[in-house]
Write a protein that binds this ligand. Structure first.
Ligand code: SAH
Ligand code: DHB
Ligand code: MG
Length: 221
């Protein structure tokens, strides 16, 4: 099956049921115009994040890896008026583009982008969150995924959901000899999930405009 077909099916699904609007498509346009990488989640994935946050009744959301705020907007739109989303981003330029996109989406009152290395910011997030996060979306450097999972456990509660993007990487996740830090980090995440009795999880393979990849879904028990 060809990537052309994956793209056609994604466009079909998006055209029928995703409901992307000017703020979302404008965010992707701004990412492209700024010369930032085309690694925002695909529209059906963004909608999945949004629906899951609504199903959970999420009031506090943590995102690690903002880029231009495309996934941030999908997640932020699931929040009630008094809800809060904190998104962590290393690149000041990305954060700047994201903040403008979030402003255009009318979400500046509940969404905050913080600039720095996520592992430096996470200890501060703990103090400011005002309670445990209901949902964490991990989508930054893949080498640090195990540490992000450990932090997520500290910052969530029983019943919270942790979602991790890019856990398949064209199938390279199965290569136990890989020295690519992204693959090593992702495989260490699967080892951690297999061994942790406090976490229950699955992972789904995805195809579409972002190629062949996948997402992990982790319930904090
Ligand atoms: N979640 C976004 C895509 C994020 S791309 C979306 O789907 O729309 C990954 C982002 O993580 C990039 O912007 C990159 O600059 C950022 N990043 C990489 N390493 C990081 C780190 N150590 N701390 C914080 N952000 C990081
Ligand atoms: C990369 C990062 C992502 O978050 C993504 O969705 C796709 C690719 C990357 O760093 O290559
Ligand atoms: Mg990603």
């Amino acid at each position: 099956m060809s990537e052309v077909q994956w793209n056609e099916v994604e466009s079909y699904i998006a055209g029928r049921i995703i409901g992307e609007d000017a703020a979302l498509s404008g965010a992707l346009d701004a990412v492209e115009a700024a010369g930032m990488p085309a690694i925002s989640v695909a529209p059906p994935e963004g909608k999945l994040l949004h629906l899951l946050a609504r199903m959970l009744g999420a009031r506090r959301i943590l995102e690690i890896g903002t880029l231009g705020g495309y996934s941030t907007i999908w997640l932020g739109r699931a929040l009630p008026e008094d809800g809060r989303l904190i998104s962590l981003e290393y690149e000041p330029r990305h954060a700047e583009v994201a903040r403008a996109n979030i402003e255009r989406a009318g979400l500046s009152d509940r969404v905050e982008v913080r600039v720095g290395l996520a592992l430096d910011l996470l200890p501060l997030v703990e103090a400011d969150a005002g309670g445990p996060f209901d949902l964490v979306f991990i989508d930054a450097d893949k080498a640090s995924i195990p540490e992000y999972i450990r932090w997520s456990k500290l910052l969530t509660r029983r019943g919270s959901l942790i979602i991790v993007d890019n856990v398949v990487r064209g199938g390279r996740v199965t290569d136990g000899n890989s020295e690519d830090p992204s693959i090593v980090g992702t495989r260490a995440m699967f080892d951690l999930l297999a061994a942790d009795p406090d976490l229950d999880s699955t992972a789904i393979q995805t195809v579409g405009s972002k190629g062949y990849d996948g997402m992990a879904f982790i319930l904090v028990k």
